[in-house]
Write a protein that binds this ligand. Sequence first.
Ligand SMILES: [Zn+2]
Length: 433
Amino acid sequence: MKIAIFRGHNTIYNRGANGILKEEEMINDVAFKLINKLKSAGETVIDCTPTQDDFKNIHSTTDSLRIRCQRANDAKVDIVVSIHFNYYNGQAHGSEIFYVSEKGKNLGEPVLNEIVKLGFTNRGMKKNSSLYVLNNTFAPAILIEGCFCDSIRDTTLFDGEKMANAIFKGLTGIEGKFISTAPTASKAQIDSWAKDKFLDSDYKELLDIYWDDCIAKKINPVILFAQMSLETGFLYRIPSQAGIDASYFNPCGLKTTSGGSNTDPNAHSKFKNWKEGITAHIDHMGLYLGLDGYPKDSTPDPRHFPYLKGRVTTVEDLGKTWTVSNTYASILLKFSSEIESTEIIVDTDLEKLSNKVNELETEVSKLQYLYSDLSSEILQFNSKLSSLEDSIQLCTEKIEVLPSVINNLNENIASLQSFVDKTLKHYKDITKA
Ligand SMILES: [Zn+2]
């Protein structure tokens, strides 16, 4: 199936709403995860959202929508899925899907059913003949309003991974535990689970490698660590059926290129160290998942056959293709859920330390407040100081002209005095006469 994904808004002249969460961030979170899942399930996906290069051709909302529809139509896609999140008055909540054709309605119904299973209120399938993307795409199209980005209820419930899984399941009908996801447990949870299962702490080196390398490849490290635990019998606590041991650095029973019997040690690959063995495991899984960049040109995986590409999406698939076994997938699912539900008991010393850190952080934030108060006072003080300086300057200027003023005044007094003298003399003269 060829699927067009429209990440709503995300261009100039067409921006998403800002609620408690930002609509565009929610859209991208869900859409990119959905795209990966669809690709790993073997679907062809076209992200029709305009990119930075298109922005010069966008002068209105319609331009932003027209480009998407054109791309979907040119690619002759089978379905169009536009992803949005709603915004209203903070009270409205729930999920709804818009459609215009009957085919659109049939496409959207299972998607909405899956989304509301996550706990969102079902606002229903809504026929709407005024939405540009529904009216201007040839293929059946739906516009999903996942939930409300300004609702406390909805944003608390929202989880991009779960929303992407729900839409994926609704579109493809594929159920199960996805392998290409973010970690579903913390490293500390895996560590705590492993402590009780492995004989000693040898697993720690492997956990470090799995954790970093899986996350880099967008594979859930919980599943691959569980798979290693199963395949090696907890690093040979349970003796290997194949007769191999830790000196093979083979974490998942990978055979040599030529292969051979499950019980023949020589049919199994021997790696230089755990790093190389785990890289082979992850590359083999990346190929099975059909992730971007697979098959790789260079890999320690001895059985990196291109025809294996995209054979699995979920843990459930592994029991049918990776190996043929009725119990393989269910054991992996059991291990994964045990890891995910492992509770971390915090060491008391560690707890004290982290309390201390918390206290210190509080102190630092108090100091930061104090500092910001202080700096605003300093600012005020500085402005007062500079106005004071201006006044002093003015005074100095006045003092400078004061002598000449006094001089003038003296001259005036002198001339007044001489006038008074003259007048007095004149008066005397008159009285004499
Ligand atoms: Zn929107």
